[in-house]
Design a protein around this ligand. Structure first.
Ligand code: NAP
Length: 559
């Protein structure tokens, strides 16, 4: 028997460090870690000890004799990784942080999402480090709450890890407090040895086509925030009256929004989807979602596990035209020679399997189109149709590229979701790299410009540090790297002592009108949401308005 990693894998690698035989790869020390879709267990080395199962925050690891039918493909997916990766077994020595000088180290962390928490987790291990975490929302956990799809409950299991960090005596929450409004960057710099920005990538990339801003064309980022109950997007106007929706891009966000659009609302009702979204989806007329990918199947941005899981959505067909699965010449020849990367080979195999499945009468459909790009969106007051161009592979580039052909067609639709990636926005008082949409940095240390000197005491982590790539767990290594930079700089005497004490921060933000929510306040909100969900068998019923949050946290309403 061996253990097998399945779909919810979050790549945070907490399993890697507890495996006594080093059978889980890629490890954070291996170059593939940063591009791997998930981690894989070598069936030939695994000794079935179960340590990884206990450690996995998202319940992704199972003994092979307990796999449900839908997870059986993971036997092959795990084993395939070891066909083209020669790895060594053996003990991985645990890492120990540096010995800190005497005295407290005060760190402000801005943002309360996964990247913020993974950095904080590393810092609060040292008792003399005091972490104050700020977020403008009344709730923590960032994209775990407002990004992860509601039907992916196991992925939200990482919240348990974050909650245990927040429960540490040397950790303090400043939720419902906005940096830049209730406290300035300069005031933070005066009060803390180090300030870490973990503010994510708050906006969407632009297509740059005519009609992109017509009503009915919305960024998938906003649609995701809407169905996840983000307070800023509760009133988003989502037109679900047409039978067809079109999604641009085929990353995991595209798959999430496509799946939510065609899932049975009765199934979604068992999740923590926002009530306003559930009500709208119950009235939805959408029966077909078409995903447009500009490149071919071998370049598809989705992960195999998310793609495979679409085949298990009740009442939904995955539709692919086999003719659109034509490969670029390099991929074709590597596939023929059996030298193709196993993840890409799996991508092609799964798509071909879907293409062979006959459709079921009456099912809703997710249609994958490859080698096509939107050219123009048109309509009177709102979007009515999208003009699409067929692409062909282009020669002579490092990254497989495409070029438009003369062939065009139109798709009638009233809803276009642009799922072409997130982008960071400038942080007030911090340098910004406009090209990459990140704060320029070296291993988390903020630089004055892309090739400028490091600014002592200022750090970034997560998507604002490295761009909007990688799932939740990828932020663990990223957060650890930034936390290690803070600790190393402290040891090396690089960090200036604060000009003033941080003891006045709670009063300062209150004077500026912040209605701060602390750990007890968040626990009260959490308990109230969970209790509201209990009768319907739901994980929680999410509050959406700031007033609801503040009331649940025990605050008097604002007069
Ligand atoms: P993504 O993975 O970067 O995918 C972006 C997609 O948009 C790609 O298909 C890309 O195609 C396409 N695209 C970009 N610019 C385009 C343009 N101008 N015209 C047409 N297509 C364009 O981004 P994402 O889906 O937003 O996901 C962000 C990260 O979050 C990813 O690492 C993802 O895995 C992660 N995530 C994970 C999960 C999960 O694990 N369940 C869920 C959500 C998000 P090209 O490849 O041709 O550029």
């Amino acid at each position: 028997m061996a253990h097998v990693i399945t779909r919810p894998c979050c790549n945070d690698a907490s399993c890697v460090s507890v495996c006594p035989v080093n059978c889980i790869h890629p490890t954070p020390d291996e170059p593939e870690f940063f591009t791997a879709e998930m981690l894989f267990i070598d069936p030939e080395t695994c000794i079935d000890c179960g340590a990884c199962i206990d450690e996995c925050p998202v319940e992704a690891i199972l003994p092979d004799d307990q796999l449900e039918e839908r997870d059986e493909p993971y036997l092959q997916i795990n084993a395939d990784y070891y066909k083209d990766h020669d790895v060594e077994g053996g003990l991985v020595p645990p890492k120990k942080g540096p010995q800190l000088p005497e005295g407290e180290l005060h760190v402000a962390v801005i943002g309360a999402g996964p990247a913020a928490f993974y950095a904080a987790e590393e810092l609060v291990r040292k008792q003399q480090v005091k972490v104050d975490m700020f977020d403008r929302l009344p709730t923590p956990y960032g994209l775990v709450r407002a990004g992860v799809a509601p039907d992916h409950a196991p992925t939200k299991g990482v919240e348990k890890t974050f909650a245990s960090t927040a429960a540490k005596r040397n950790f303090t929450y400043f939720l419902n407090v906005e940096v830049g409004k209730h406290i300035t960057h300069a005031e933070l710099v005066d009060r803390y040895h180090a300030v870490i920005y973990a503010v994510g990538a708050a906006t969407d990339k632009r297509l740059g086509i005519e009609g992109e801003d017509l009503a009915g064309s919305i960024p998938a980022t906003e649609f995701v925030a809407w169905y996840n109950g983000h307070p800023d997007y509760a009133d988003l106007d989502v037109d679900l009256t047409g039978e067809r929706a079109v999604v641009i891009g085929n990353g995991n966000v595209a798959l999430d929004v496509a799946r939510i659009l065609v899932s049975d609302p009765d199934e979604l009702a068992k999740t923590d989807i926002a009530d306003h979204a559930l009500a709208a989806l119950r009235e939805s007329k959408v029966t077909e979602v078409v995903l447009l990918a500009r490149r071919g199947v071998a370049q598809a941005a989705y992960t195999n596990s998310e793609f495979l899981a679409l085949g298990d959505v009740d009442g939904v067909d995955v539709v692919i035209d086999a003719e659109e699965l034509a490969l670029d010449p390099a991929t074709e020849s590597a596939l023929d020679d059996d030298t193709l990367d196993s993840t890409i080979a799996t991508k092609i195999r799964l798509a071909r399997e879907f293409a062979e499945r006959p459709p079921t009468d009456g099912n809703r459909r997710i249609v994958f189109r490859f080698l096509v790009s939107p050219m123009e969106a048109t309509g009177d007051s709102a979007i009515e149709r999208l003009t699409v161009v067929r692409n062909a592979y282009a020669d002579g580039t490092e990254r497989v590229a495409v070029t438009p052909t003369d062939e065009r067609f139109e798709l009638e639709t009233g809803l276009v979701l642009r799922a072409i990636g997130y982008r960071g926005v400038p942080v007030i008082d911090l340098p910004f790299d406009e090209v990459r949409g990140v704060v320029p940095n070296t291993e988390g240390r903020v630089q004055a410009s892309a090739d400028g000197d490091v600014v002592a005491g200022l750090y970034v982590t997560g998507w604002i540090k490295r761009g909007a790539t990688g799932g939740i767990g990828m932020n663990r290594v990223c957060g650890q790297q930034t936390a290690e930079a803070v600790l190393r700089d402290h040891v090396d005497g690089v960090l200036a002592a604060p000009q003033t004490s941080r003891d006045d921060v709670a009063d300062l933000v209150a004077d500026r009108g912040a209605r701060r929510i602390d750990l007890d306040g968040w626990k009260a909100i959490d308990a109230a949401e969970k209790s509201a969900g209990k009768s319907g068998g739901r994980r929680r019923v999410k509050f959406v308005s700031i007033t609801e949050f503040e009331t649940a946290a025990g605050m008097e309403p604002v007069q």
